[in-house]
Ligand binder design. Sequence first.
Ligand code: GLC
Ligand code: CA
Length: 546
Amino acid sequence: MNKKWWQNAVVYQVYPRSFQDSNGDGIGDIKGIIQRLDYLQKLGINVIWLSPVYQSPNDDNGYDISDYYNIMAEFGTMEDMDELIAEAKKRNISLVMDLVVNHTSDEHKWFVEAKKATDNEYRDYYVWRDPVDGKAPNDLGSVFGGSAWEYDDETEQYFLHLFSKRQPDLNWDNKEMRYEIYDMMNFWLEKGIGGFRMDVIELIGKVPDEGITANGPLVHDYLQEMNRKTFGNYDVMTVGETNSATIEDAKLFSGEDRQELSMVFQFEHVNLDQQPNKSKWDLKPLSLIELKEVLSRWQYELQEEGWNSLFWNNHDQPRIVSRWGNDQEFRVESAKMFAILLHMMKGTPYIYQGEEIGMTNSVITDISQADDVETLNMYRERIEEGYSEKEIFESINAKGRDNARTPMQWDHTAEGGFTSGKPWLAVNPNYSAINVEQALKDKESIFYCYQKLIQLRKEHSLIVYGKYELLLPDHPTLFAYTRSYGEEKWLIVANFSETENQISLSQEPTDLKPIISNRKVESYNLKELILSPYEAFVVKVDDLVM
Ligand code: GLC
Ligand code: CA
């Protein structure tokens, strides 16, 4: 495998609306991000994935773009953006832009034109169909609830929207449209960005008439064409959000000789706490055995071919420490356990803003406190379907996307130092205890655990390229694996539970100093290991008989 710079990079995701407000309007902005670059440099990350900052009416918080060549006024100007790219570069941080090209906003000039008439020159940039028996062409559903087809009274046809009805799907079979997208991508590449995170990219080969959305027959052709015409001519990273990719799909998207993407970003592990064949709102407890099986399968199968992203959180997922850890008594321990488990795996790790200080989910009790279009749609639908408020709020508080979108908690002052005004979404009330200022002061904080893990990845090829092997696959509460590279072998052990755990992992007693641990332990005896709640550590074991 040829080595690439992004294989030992660590990515930090900035959700700009909630990162740092610089002018008191309650909305995070680009100037605010610039103010916090030193902080990110201190953490040690090399890449920022910036969620969309383009002009947008914000039906889906920027994932509905009305102009790819302009910055959302609330976030700043193109000059601010150029400055952000340059200031990041000074700190050896490259900026990966979010590329949302499965759909646009309904306010994009292409759609405004397309809607005017069936023979408009932009009509075919989108997906239009005649009604069938006076109804939608088929029963394809939108990810955000309801039908994926919306009727347009003026022109008497339906258009496709796999997300909200204000996010009409682009028609990738139209070559002019594709080439306009490539021009736009080159405009950004010319600015010196570090690559693209490609929103729901697996959907661009859709064949809606056959009910095919993800992984349609042409998706790989389109990506190879895009690669040739745009980013393939630059040394950048590209990551495809591929929600439903199987391992075989992932190899096609990210295989070295495929000329498509650097890596995939797939969700199999974070879908384990939902009931099979139901929606994300239909909760089920996590089984650690299943989690180990899924994460390990991806480790094994992409060992030789393809590249994966490693993540617990993003702007669409609840906070991991609240989701599968303990955000009360063991908040610090469990947050560090998740960090150690993930950052010792093979792939490119992603940290979602606030994860590095152990920010937690927020709790809401009234729908007026929710912002997200997905949550609001689900609430409306489930009330109609007769669900109780209690059930609905259980789902929202567990899985709602607003959980991860509350403002970044910088210090103990009003609104956590995020804004001097009124924040667009309420700051989690625990900001006075959980914030960056506190984390930087405390040498034992979650922040420094992440900092160390990032440093270790820069120093050890074993973490980047080593072979992965799962131990104890059927153990219900321990997660243990090894990584080996040449003569070197590391053991990673985590007690994924709130109770003490005992195990023997070596035939001989050992006295091993941890490379990293979330407890103050001088040395580990693997023959008689006693692990406190959420304890996690890494030791070098080389040729130890285990
Ligand atoms: C992706 C984004 C999500 C957005 C959706 C539609 O899944 O991460 O935030 O709502 O695509 O663009
Ligand atoms: Ca602002």
